[in-house]
Design a protein around this ligand. Structure first.
Ligand code: SF4
Length: 348
């Protein structure tokens, strides 16, 4: 009897060994599959909402042009004072909270001139809200710099990551020809003052320049190197129908336009400036998520700004479908960079 049982037990033990091996293989395979999926989700959380839906764009980085009013008269301006509307503060905060819930990480406040509204307190309160309440990693402002005071930095500087000031020339006469200026204010002197305040109050300093027919031959190497911004954004003057071109537009910028070759030669002249980030017309057009004063996304794909419905009326997900946003171009032009001052080494 025993001699009969022994071979049966050996057979059963061999089968069990194989089953264990198969189970172990399944377990190992499942783990690696899970790890691979998890890693894929972690690498690009900002690019899509939810697995399997490739059409939903997350508003990772948003530009909120909350006002169209400005004290300057730049001839090429492509966000002109077509309305004087500004959302009440609480409504604006509500919209920003919705954007945060939809995945926003960076907000840029722009205009018009953001410091015109309530002498800078409106934008200051939004900046404070976005950092303290929404805890956004990056908050920036683009301004012409003419209305910023040291008092503003004392009140709100700690909540701001980056301040970008527009400067197209270091020759005051050129700035005047462009329309960058108001009365006796000296644009370049102002820029130097703001540069110092950014250093004193630990805000990263950035410069934006629009290259047009008046400054295309200028050599800015010395001044930009001296100012040492974290980024120098260099834009090619852009035509937007209804803003700076066409019958209903408040500006006619055709005479400011430069060719692609002229833009390239400007970039070439400044190739040794490490912080230079160029943006041609093509890169600019569809790679920004732009919200206007009513919190409507603006679609620039057809060379004009076609608005969606307001996110306050239809929600972020519905409005963003009409934004014309080209996410690939956003990443290609370096739209995602180190944008929180906590991660920047601010060495002055
Ligand atoms: S400072 Fe900016 S918003 Fe104001 S007119 Fe010039 S380009 Fe337009």
């Amino acid at each position: 009897m025993l001699s009969l049982l022994l071979p049966v037990m050996e057979l059963l033990s061999a089968v069990w060994g194989n089953v264990k091996g198969i189970l172990l293989s399944i377990k190992t395979f499942s783990f690696f599959y899970w790890l691979k999926t998890f890693k894929a989700q972690k690498i690009s959380p900002q690019s899509r909402i939810g697995a399997g839906d490739s059409t939903k764009v997350v508003p990772t980085s948003v530009n909120y042009h909350f006002t169209r009013q400005c004290n300057y008269k730049c001839g090429f301006c492509f966000h002109t004072a077509k309305t004087s509307f500004v959302l009440p503060l609480e409504e604006a905060k509500k919209g920003l909270t919705m954007l945060k819930a939809a995945g926003m990480e960076k907000i840029n406040f722009s205009g018009g001139e953001p410091f015109l509204q309530e002498r800078g307190h409106f934008v200051g309160k939004l900046v404070q809200f976005c950092k303290q309440d929404l805890q956004l990693p990056s908050i920036s402002i683009v301004s012409n710099g003419s209305m910023i005071t040291e008092k503003w930095f004392k009140l709100y500087g700690e909540y701001l990551d980056i301040l970008a000031v527009s400067c197209d020339s270091f020759d005051e006469e050129v700035n005047k020809s462009i329309g960058r200026g108001q009365g006796k204010k000296n644009h370049v002197e102002n820029l130097l003052k703001i540069r110092k305040w950014c250093r004193d109050y630990n805000v990263a300093f950035k410069i934006n320049s629009v290259i047009n027919c008046y400054n295309v031959n200028e050599d800015m190497n010395k001044e930009i190197t001296m100012l040492n911004p974290i980024r120098w954004k260099v834009f090619q003057c852009l035509i937007i129908d209804g803003e700076n071109s066409g019958e209903e537009a408040l500006r006619q910028a055709e005479t400011f336009v430069i060719t692609d070759n002229e833009f390239t030669s400007f970039l070439d002249r400044h190739r040794n400036v490490k912080c230079l980030v160029p943006e041609s017309n093509k890169q600019m057009r569809d790679s920004y998520l732009i919200l206007d004063e009513y919190m409507r996304f603006l679609d620039c794909r057809n060379g004009r700004k076609d608005p969606s419905k307001s996110i306050l009326d239809v929600g972020v997900e519905n409005a963003i479908k009409f934004s014309g946003f080209d996410e690939k171009m956003f990443f290609k032009r370096g739209g995602k960079y180190v944008w929180s001052k906590a991660d920047l080494r601010l060495e002055w």
